[in-house]
Design a binder for this molecule. Structure first.
Ligand code: BEZ
Ligand code: FE
Length: 296
């Protein structure tokens, strides 16, 4: 006896259902909320119609999202941001919201490890209180037409050599590898730190399971995070990535832009630049000029 063929999806019925749900939001008083909910329904229904999940698969998806919420805390763990990052949505939202004039420093993801209120640091002050290879990152903040931006605040954070941020790793002193540097009258800044290293994003939760199940690695290429603020200029949230890093082409969160990749050049030490900032031994020097766009 031959099995009866699986009936195809009744498209007219599915179309009717989608239209009915879209219409149910038609009277939402806030037009933006109405637009968002109606688009969400249309795209979600299209996803379900394309993939035709079994009921068990749909339950698995619901359990995944439930665990994602349960993994979040109020301090450092935000599994939903991590999910948005690893699906490239954070970079899409960033691109939509930070359209900059040609030549302005490009933006990238904030990530979950920013902490406000970190120490103010003097030019060239060492923000590293854990070991690593000495690095000096310096340059200027400028306007689009090349004028210096004095008094810009560069709020910086990076991981220790173990790949963890202070605040995330209880073994690190408060404010380690974090700090706020201010540009001088010429727009110049200098940051003494350790050479950034590549590191894995948190992978002990549902996002890590999703990455493993789909054969993706969880590494980010070595970088320094910056939030640059100056009165009269648009805030820039960005990173500077180490040239030559093995993960530049496959960042787990899709944050790399070629204009944000900088070269670290090895210096033997004892040179005027190193001595100016009290560096006696070998160090890695990198230069970068931030170009700020005027605006609120
Ligand atoms: C980070 O670079 O700190 C980061 C960004 C996105 C997800 C996880 C970590
Ligand atoms: Fe980071």
């Amino acid at each position: 006896m031959s099995e009866s063929p699986v009936a195809s999806l009744p498209h007219a019925e599915a179309d009717r259902l989608t239209a009915q749900v879209v219409d149910s939001f038609g009277q939402a008083p806030d037009p933006r909320l109405r637009q968002m909910m109606q688009a969400l329904v249309r795209h979600l229904h299209a996803f379900v119609r394309e993939t035709e999940p079994t009921e068990a698969e749909w339950m698995q998806a619901i359990r995944f999202l439930t665990r994602t919420g349960q993994m979040c805390d109020d301090v450092v763990r935000q599994e939903f941001i991590l999910l948005s990052d690893t699906l490239g949505v954070s970079m899409l939202v960033d691109a939509i919201n930070h359209r900059k004039p040609q030549g302005a420093t490009e933006t990238t993801v904030l990530g979950p490890f920013y902490m406000a209120g970190m120490p103010e640091r003097a030019p060239g002050e060492d923000m590293a209180h854990t070991p690593g290879e000495c690095a000096l990152v310096h340059g200027h903040a400028r306007t689009l037409d090349g004028r210096p931006v004095a008094g810009a605040v560069l709020d910086i954070w990076q991981t220790a050599a173990n790949g963890m941020y202070s605040g995330q790793d209880p073994a690190q002193p408060h404010g380690n590898l974090r700090g706020r540097y201010r540009t001088d009258a010429e727009g110049y800044f200098a940051i003494r730190t350790i050479l950034p290293v590549s590191y894995p994003i948190p992978s002990d939760g549902p996002v890590g399971q999703m990455m493993a199940a789909t054969g993706r690695h969880v590494y980010r290429p070595a970088h320094l995070h910056f939030m640059v603020d100056a009165p009269g200029f648009r805030t820039v949230v960005t990173h500077l990535f180490n040239a030559g890093d093995a993960y530049l082409a496959s960042d787990a969160v899709f944050g790399v832009k070629p204009s944000l990749v900088i070269d670290y050049v090895r210096r033997e030490g004892g040179d005027p630049l190193g001595r100016r900032f009290g560096i006696e031994g070998p160090y890695h020097e990198a230069r970068y000029d931030f170009v700020l766009a005027e605006g609120a």
